[in-house]
Design a protein around this ligand. Structure first.
Ligand SMILES: [Cu+2]
Length: 94
């Protein structure tokens, strides 16, 4: 019984590690335009492997206002994009 619990705990740890690494996959991009009112940003982005998307220029929603303040038109960023409620959203920036 103990070994089963240990195995389960190990499995959970491995899954957490794997998904964590997946979530933290940053993609390079350049800020082209910011629409603070609509909470949207146009990014020229490199290939987004997590979304199976080739390099292109496109509009993303941003997760929150604090993120918008960090962005400046023309600046190079690294970001994480995810599908939130069916819409492509920038969820992390560094
Ligand atoms: Cu795209």
């Amino acid at each position: 019984m103990k070994s089963i619990i240990r195995l389960a705990a190990t499995t959970v740890a491995v899954i957490a590690l794997a998904s964590g690494a997946f979530a933290a996959e940053f993609t390079k991009g350049t800020v082209k335009k910011i629409d603070a009112k609509a909470k949207k940003v146009t990014l020229v982005h490199e290939e987004l492997k997590s979304l199976e998307m080739p390099a292109m220029t496109m509009v993303f929603r941003v997760k929150d206002d604090a993120m918008l303040e960090k962005l400046k038109e023309g600046s190079n960023i690294e970001f994480v994009a995810e599908r939130v409620e069916g819409k492509l959203t920038v969820t992390e920036i560094r």
